[in-house]
Design a protein. Sequence first.
Length: 899
Amino acid sequence: MFKRVIKEQIKVPAKIEYLKDLRDFVTRIGGKYGFSDSVINTFKLAVDEASTNIIRHAYRDHDGDIVLRMIVRRNSLTISLIDQGRFFNPEQVKDPDLRRYVAIGKRGGLGIFIMRKLVDEIDYRRTEEGNELRLTKFHNIERKRKFPLPFPKIPGTLQVKYYTISAIIISAIVLGAYFYLFFQSKNKITLSILQRLRATGEVLANNSIDGLLEDDYLVLSREAKIIQQHNSQLVSFAVITDAKGMVKGSTNVEKFSFWKPAHLGRALRQITNDIILIQMEDGRKYYLFSSHVFARGTNKSTVLGKVHILLDKSIVDRQIAQKRWHDLKIALLILLLANVGSILLITFIINPFRKLATWIRQLGQGEIQDEMEIDTSDEIGEIAQAFSEITDKFRKSQKDLAEQERLQQEMQMAQEIQQTLLPTEVPSIEGYEIASYYQAAKEVGGDYFDFVEIDRDRLGVVVADVSGKGVPGSLVMTMIRTTLRTEARGAESAAQVLARVNDFVASDMKKGMFVTLFYVILDSRKRRVSFASAGHNPMILYRSETKKTYYLNPKGFPLGISLEEPELFKRSIEDDTIQLCKGDVLLLYTDGVTEAMNSKRELFGEERLLQAVRTYGHLPAKQFIEKLKEEIMSFTEGQVQYDDITLVVIKEKMSAQEVEFDRAKKAFYDILRGVTMGEACRQANIPLSTFTRKYRYEFEHQGIENFRQEYEKSSVELKHLSIEEQTKIYDVIRQHPEYGPKKISNELNTAKYGFTKISENRIYEELVRKHLNTRELREAYVTRNIHRRRLKPPGTPMLTLDGRVIIEREAMPKISAPGIPGVKEITSPPEAEGSSVERKEPEKPLAATLFTTPEPKKPSEQPPESEEEQLPVVETEAEEFVLSDIVDLFGKEKEKQLE
């Protein structure tokens, strides 16, 4: 029923020079357990390929060990390779195009493909020991056994097997006991009879003293016959001789005549000191006991004669045979009773299992009608009780079967709808590289992305997340897709497109459902990117030239939200326009990326996402997506995800002429700000002669004010602070909450902060945006976060002052917003036990899922520190300031109504 599984293992350092040890181990163990050379060679090659991948990829950043474990089963051999390196699931690797490999002459990259061809089954998982790759090879031919089984397998049912085994055991015990008694009975009976024979002879010797003294043969013969008569089964003959050996008395005169020497046959074997085995002239064998007869009172010094008693050996043999036959009958009776008892016992034990087997067959055929009444006082009853509980659950599942089938059909329909909505290929647009990735969750999620052709020069990119799942969510996605494609045609403003889409779908969406959406317009002619957000995750801009990162997220409500005023969505949503530089990377994503979870319930988080963006931002868009996907898969360790993962990457790939033109614009703008022409060209990295010859006249002809407005409208640096700069501002606030914009600007321009230059106006804009524009607000904010070693802008990764990402940090306290009425206290989810990565502040707590951080208001001209705007102090975490969008949005509407 249960077969023993053999396991052997070896542990070696993960280095190329130790691959030989692994191959030798496979050869030795395979030969030890009788596997064929073909199977051994197959595994040697597979182990070599897999171990090489582990060394080069799993341990590419650090050293480690490889554990090779061989699991031997009757019909298969499994090799398990365990490492503690980076997680990489080979099952997700597609088979290569061999013709293309041959055509381009590519070498390598076929390791996983070779393993798939060599073995029958590949399994990869994350266990407590580490990453485990299992390679299994099945074989139908029975492998050779070094030690053949002593008996064949027992066919038949469990009852037959148990009875056969019990019968063999009982028979062995009974027969063993019988044969033990068989050999012991001979010695025991013989010894008992000979002891009686000796006692009888001693009695005869004592009774013969007087007869020998008187030399009366009649008296001696009478004494001998009396002894024979009283011990007929023990005494065959009795002979009395004098000191000279002459017969003086006998029970058989024909054999032993008086006054003649006693002829006692030929001695065969000495049994004891006084008993020997003899053979008479007629061939019969006797046990002969001989004893001296001593005169009384002589202290056995005077011998009168001897007595001889002969016992026929056949009498002893007959008694031994009778004893053995008696023992055999008892053994057979015990054997019969024991086997009958074992049959009854096994039947009694197996009968509940038989009932369970019948019940399980009915269960498989859906024929369960009655529950089993079970006594749970023993182990079998407990097993049966477990099956009985399964019966109840099965009945309940039968009742819900129709509902489950309906849900399955709905989910299948939703999947089909979702797959139909998602684009099958990425369109091309001049000057930009675009790549996308979508991974469906275990359940049908609500992620959606699309590419919309606006006109010949412009392309719309959409990433959305529907709050509902299943068919309702898919239908909402269908409405959004259709409406957006219709409204996007020829539209200039991303915000206007989303406002029109919301007008169309808001009335048709189910109450409680909403859609967060980020919409980007790529203009290949003007080289601009316009975008608007309907409560979605921020778009990440990574500028590799300056190594700065921007989280761009204009203000806006999610689509489908029921608002008090129908026009509120349209008036509140904002858009933005920027111009990218060569190598810039834009990343649009859904929260399934940052909320991807591993086996320790750790989140991938904004920090790891930013780290990946920085690490692979130099790659082309497609390779960037592949690397980011590998990072997510390596982190999640193959765990099932319950939210869709959607990524869209846009990368600027301007030509050299366009790069030069962009630098010329930057130089001209610096000249307008008062920088000398030579210094401006040097800072912009463009030759002075090239600028004056090709671009100066063109920019002046355009008009200085028009150029200034156009440049400031699309410059990222002039409109937004990078998260690296924001991190430094927050660090100054943490240490000096009393500092205003001017002092913060001066503090940033020190060695501690890398001489960062940020104008007073821009700092003031940031403080207003984050509701930290008064000393009281800053001090209250620092007091609430005094336990934290670092402060950070809400919804962004945790960075050091020099811009490095902090993955592991102390746990955050609960987040509360008591200053806003009607908002419940929000507590950060507890960390998983043993987690080394802190769960970040929720990027969109409560209303943050509905409202995004507002863009800065127009600042006043050089506000002095002494005239800071005195806003009421609101006891709110900085992470929750996004909640104040509600107050701002509705407050503005009330002010307009009063006016």
